[in-house]
Design a protein around this ligand. Sequence first.
Ligand code: UDP
Length: 383
Amino acid sequence: MAHIAIVGAGFSGAVLARQLGQAGHRIDVFDTRPHVAGNCHTARDPASGVMLHTYGPHIFHTSDERVWKYIRGFGEFVPFVNRVKAVSAGRVYSLPLNLLTINQFAGQTFSPAQAMAYFAQIGEPGEGEPANFEEQALRLMGRALYAAFFEGYTTKQWGMAPAALPASILKRLPVRFNYDDNYYASRHQGIPREGYTAVVERLLDLPNVAVHLGARFDRAQAGGYDHVFCSGPIDAWFGCDEGRLGYRTLDFVREDHAGDHQGNAVINYCDTTVPWTRISEHKHFAPWEQHADTVVFKEYSRLCEAGDTPYYPIRLVAEKALLAHYVGRARREPHVTFVGRLGTYRYIDMHVTIAEALDVADRYEACRRSGEAMPSFVVDPLG
Ligand code: UDP
C-alpha cells in the first residue's frame, strides 16, 4: 500500500482521502488553515446560534446521481431551493431571469411564447460564437436587461468590463420563459443539516487518514511520499516564481440584527452605485432552524493579493498563458497530481469537484493495478 500526501482539506482533498484511505493506503492530509472543509467551511455562530457559511454561501446542487448518492452517505442534505432576488434601480426582481422578471421589467403580462418572441426581438444580432460575456448577454437578452442585471454586477464581481470576460461565466445562469425561479437547474439541491464541516469531517474520519491542520506542505516534502495530490493553488506549489495567477477574493462585512433582516437568503445588488455585490442572511439557508437573531454579510469583491483567500480564478488571456507555464512544469513533476478549483485553476462548483475527485481516486487505483504512471492532471486545466 502507498503512503500518500493530500494538500488541502476541502472537498477535493477529503473525497480523495476517503477513497484512497478506504482502499487501504496511508494518508496524510495537510491544510494551512486551522479547520477542514476549505471554502465550504461552516461554523455555528456563538452569538446567534446561526450556522454560518464562513467563506460565503454554498448551496449544494447536482444532476450527477453518483455524486448525490455519494455525498449523502456522509450527512443528511435537507432539500433547499435557492430563490435569489435582485435589486436594480430601486426595484426588487426575481433571479435568474424568468417570466416574472421579464414581465415585471417590461411591465407586461407575457405568456411563455410571447416572452420568447419578445426576446427574439430585443436580442442583438451577431455572427458566430459570442466572443465574450457582453456579446453573449446582448444576443440573448438585449441591452436593457443586460444593463439592469448583468453589466453592473459583473463589473463589480470581476473588476473589469464584461466585454473582457469569457462568455462561459454568463452561461452559468439560465434564462427561463416560465415562472421557475430556482437559481439552479440541477436535479438535486440541498444543504447539509449539520453544515458542510460535519460532512467533510465524516469523509476524513478513517483510522489510516491523519489530518494536519495549520500545516503548510512544502514541495520539498513530496519526496517522502509515494504520491502527492495537490488541491492547493498550482502557482503556489512552485512558490509563484513565474508570477501569481489572478484570482478575485471576497471581503464579508458582518452585521447583526434581530428577527428577519432581508426576508431571503441571498439578495443581489446589480447597480454600481452600491459597492457590495450581494447580501446573504445565513439563517435562511437553514429554514428548519429557529433563531431569534440574525446575521447578514455584505459581500465585496476585489483582486486577490498575496495572503488573501483566492475564490474565483480569472482565466483571461494573460492568466491562461501563465497557467500554461505552470501546467507544463506540473506535468514534469514526478508523483504529483493537481486537483480541484485551485489545483487546476478552474471555476468549478462543489459537485464537479467531488465528481472529479472520485475519478482521480479511481484513476490512481487503476494506475497502480496496471503499472502505468499516474498523470499530473485527470482533467486538462487548459481545456
Ligand atoms: N451575474 C450577474 N448578476 C447577477 C448574478 C450573476 O451579472 O445578479 C453574473 C456575474 O458575472 C457572476 C456570474 O453571473 O460572476 C455567475 O453568477 P453565479 O451566481 O453563478 O456566481 P457565484 O455564486 O459562483 O458567485
